[in-house]
Design a protein around this ligand. Structure first.
Ligand code: GDP
Ligand code: CA
Length: 307
C-alpha cells in the first residue's frame, strides 16, 4: 500500500491553523495532504483578484502570515492603501497591504492571460512551499453574496465593511450551480483515505465548497469533521451571525447536524461531550488550536475515528 492520503476541506484562518497540525502529523507518518480551499470569499477590488482563504492558507503554511492580525503578510506596509484613499478610490474599507498586493498582481495577471486559478495557486505556492497541495475548490467563479433586506451584497462587504452587523436573510453562492471542481479536486477525493472538514466557518467556508456539484458525490473515504464551535460560541470570528441567518443553532450539535449525512465521526470539545448528532459518532477531544502540538492531537483523534 502507498502512503496515506489526507484531504482537508478548509476556509481561511481556522482552516489554515488546522492545516499546520495536519502537515506536522502527516510528516511524522509519511502522509500526503491536499487542501481543498473555499473560493466563495474571492473578490475583485481595484482591478485585482483577491482570494482571502487561499492566501490565508498559503501565507500561514509558508510562514508569511502576520501573527497578530492572522491575515495578510507580516512586515506589511500600507502605502498603496493610503494612496488609493487619497484618490477617494472605493472601496476604502478593505485591507490591502503593499506586500499582499504583489500576490494579487501575479494572480490577476495570470488570470488575464487565461490561466485557471488552480494553476495560478500552484505557481504562487512555488514561492511559499506550503508542504501540501493547495487547490481552490473551483476554477470557476463561485461568490458568496449575502441577502440583506431587499438586496444582496458581496460577502466581503457584509463581513469586513459591516462587520456582520446587518441582519443576513440568507447566503447565495453565485455561480456554484454551474461551477466545476477545480483541476485536481476530484482526483484528490477519489484517491483519499480520509476526508477531514477543518474547524472552518460552516456557512461561508465549508458550505460553498460543498455547493459545487460533484464534490460531495466524490466522498468515498470516511469523512470526519471538526467542530468550529466550542461551548456554544465560535472560538474566534463571527460564525454565530452566519449560523443564525440560516436558522442553525450555534452549537457543536447544530453544526454537526448540518454535516450529518456526510460524516462518519464528529469531533467536539470535551465541554460539548453531551452533543448528539443522529447517525454520527461524536468524539470528544480538546479542540483549542492553541499551538501546533494541540492541533496535531486533534488530527490524530480525527484519523483514529476514521478507522
Ligand atoms: P476564515 O475563512 O478566515 O473566516 O476562517 P475559517 O472559516 O477557516 O475559520 C473560522 C472559524 O474557525 C471560526 O468560525 C471559528 O469558529 C473557528 N476556529 C478558530 N480557532 C479555532 C480553534 O482554536 N478551535 C476550533 N475548534 N475552532 C476554531
Ligand atoms: Ca473566509
Amino acid at each position: 500500500m502507498g502512503c496515506m492520503r489526507i484531504v482537508v476541506l478548509a476556509g481561511g484562518i481556522g482552516g489554515a491553523r488546522f492545516l499546520l497540525g495536519v502537515r506536522a502529523h502527516a510528516k511524522t507518518i509519511g502522509a500526503e495532504v491536499t487542501a481543498i480551499v473555499n473560493v466563495g470569499d474571492d473578490v475583485w477590488m481595484h482591478g485585482l483578484r483577491i482570494c482571502p482563504d487561499l492566501d490565508s492558507v498559503m501565507y500561514t503554511l509558508g510562514d508569511g502570515i502576520d501573527p497578530d492580525r492572522q491575515w495578510g503578510r507580516k512586515n506589511e506596509s500600507w502605502n498603496v492603501k493610503e494612496e488609493l484613499a487619497a484618490y477617494g478610490a472605493e472601496p476604502t474599507w478593505f485591507g490591502l497591504g503593499d506586500r499582499d498586493i504583489a500576490t494579487h498582481l501575479v494572480r490577476s495577471t495570470m488570470l488575464a492571460a487565461g490561466e485557471p486559478l488552480s494553476a495560478i495557486t500552484a505557481r504562487l505556492c512555488q514561492r511559499w512551499q506550503p508542504g501540501i497541495t493547495v487547490l481552490p475548490a473551483s476554477d470557476d467563479r463561485v461568490e458568496t453574496h449575502v441577502v440583506i433586506q431587499d438586496r444582496a451584497i458581496h460577502f466581503q462587504e457584509w463581513w469586513v465593511r459591516h462587520k456582520a452587523e446587518l441582519p443576513a436573510k440568507r447566503f447565495v453562492f453565485l455561480g456554484a450551480d454551474s461551477a466545476k471542481p477545480a483541476a485536481g479536486v476530484l482526483d484528490a477525493l477519489n484517491a483519499a483515505d480520509v476526508v477531514l472538514f477543518a474547524p472552518s466557518n460552516p456557512v461561508v467556508s465549508i458550505a460553498p465548497i460543498l455547493a459545487i456539484p460533484g464534490i460531495k458525490e466524490a466522498f468515498k473515504a470516511p469523512v470526519v469533521g471538526v467542530s468550529p464551535i466550542i461551548g456554544g460560541a465560535a472560538v474566534r470570528g463571527m460564525a454565530e451571525k452566519c449560523l443564525s441567518a440560516i436558522g442553525v443553532e450555534c452549537s457543536a450539535a447544530g453544526v454537526g447536524g448540518l454535516y450529518a449525512p456526510m460524516l462518519k465521526a464528529w469531533l467536539v470539545d470535551p465541554v460539548d461531550a453531551q452533543a448528539e448528532v443522529p447517525g454520527v459518532n461524536v468524539v470528544p477531544t480538546p479542540l483549542w488550536m492553541t499551538d501546533e502540538a494541540a492541533t496535531v492531537g486533534m488530527v490524530q483523534a480525527a484519523l483514529r475515528s476514521a478507522e
